[in-house]
Design a protein around this ligand. Structure first.
Ligand code: B1M
Length: 210
């Protein structure tokens, strides 16, 4: 209701303390962490994204909104991770080369950990070599890639092609996600799954690893 709307406004205004407070109040009211994440934080960020696109908000403001979002996510992280689910498998995740958006993949990391996966998050701006080195080192079952720009999403294919080149493609389940992607793109580049959001990523991972 009202508080959720207020939180969306606070996120828009980059007010981290207010976001933290709002998350805590919703938790006290018995809200499920995932609902707080999607209904208050992700929904608020969608509004920010629209106004960013339309030239109403600029990078500094969006950065503040992102900071506020991260402050809220930090509270939810341990709650999403404490399900005590049995170990499911290992995943490496990161944003592709040229792309510095990391909120989505941080959210996927939290949800995957909550579902019992061990996740190594290698951050932003990853060239193919980084992904592949991390997968080997971590002995990953799943490689997850995130891209938020239409200009960086084609790089996912470069990573998959490099895996093929090195004879490693069948060693990993490759899952991709990010706002500009869709099912067709995932299929076209040879990924095993396109994940529209973090919850779908968890479901896909469970299915594909079984
Ligand atoms: Co940027 N940005 N941004 N930005 N930014 C977008 C993506 C944009 C759509 C905004 C817009 O115009 N409406 C637009 C891209 C347009 C396009 O490519 N067609 C854009 C642009 C243009 C840019 C810059 C070029 C702006 C500039 O400098 N002129 C620049 C690029 C920098 C770069 O990467 N090289 C830039 C910079 C930034 C900030 C740094 C200011 C900031 C990022 C801060 C940070 O991440 N630490 C930022 C932000 C915050 C956004 C928006 C507003 C929000 C992104 C976000 O965090 N969403 C975004 C607008 C939008 O997406 N609506 C925008 C919330 C997040 C939870 O959702 O990331 O989609 P999302 O993740 C979801 C799913 O997609 C999925 O699960 C997540 C949870 O449900 N998912 C996965 C994501 N990754 C997955 C991986 C998986 C599975 C699922 O692996 C298995």
């Amino acid at each position: 209701g009202e508080l959720v709307e207020q939180m969306q406004d606070d996120l828009y205004d980059g007010m981290a303390e207010e976001i933290v407070e709002g998350v805590e109040i919703l938790l006290e009211r018995g809200w499920v962490p995932y609902d707080i994440l999607t209904k208050a934080l992700v929904a608020g960020m969608t509004v920010v994204g629209n106004d960013f696109r339309d030239g109403i908000l600029f990078v500094p403001e969006v950065l503040l909104a992102a900071k506020a979002m991260k402050a809220g996510m930090a509270i939810l992280k341990p709650l999403l991770a404490e399900t005590g689910a049995p170990r499911m498998g290992k995943m490496v995740i990161g944003t592709v080369k040229g792309d510095i958006h990391d909120i989505g993949q941080n959210l996927v990391t939290m949800m995957m950990e909550g579902a019992g996966f061990e996740v190594k998050n290698i951050g932003i701006n990853n060239p193919a070599e980084e992904y592949i080195a991390a997968c080997k080192e971590f002995n990953a079952d799943i490689l997850g890639m995130s891209a938020l720009l239409t200009t960086t999403m084609p790089y996912m294919k470069i990573v998959i092609d490099e895996l093929k080149e090195q004879g490693l493609r069948d060693d990993y389940i490759v899952m991709v996600g990010g706002a500009p992607l869709n099912e067709e793109f995932g299929t076209a580049i040879g990924a095993d799954a396109y994940c529209k959001d973090a919850a779908v990523a968890v479901e896909m991972a469970k299915q594909l690893i079984a």
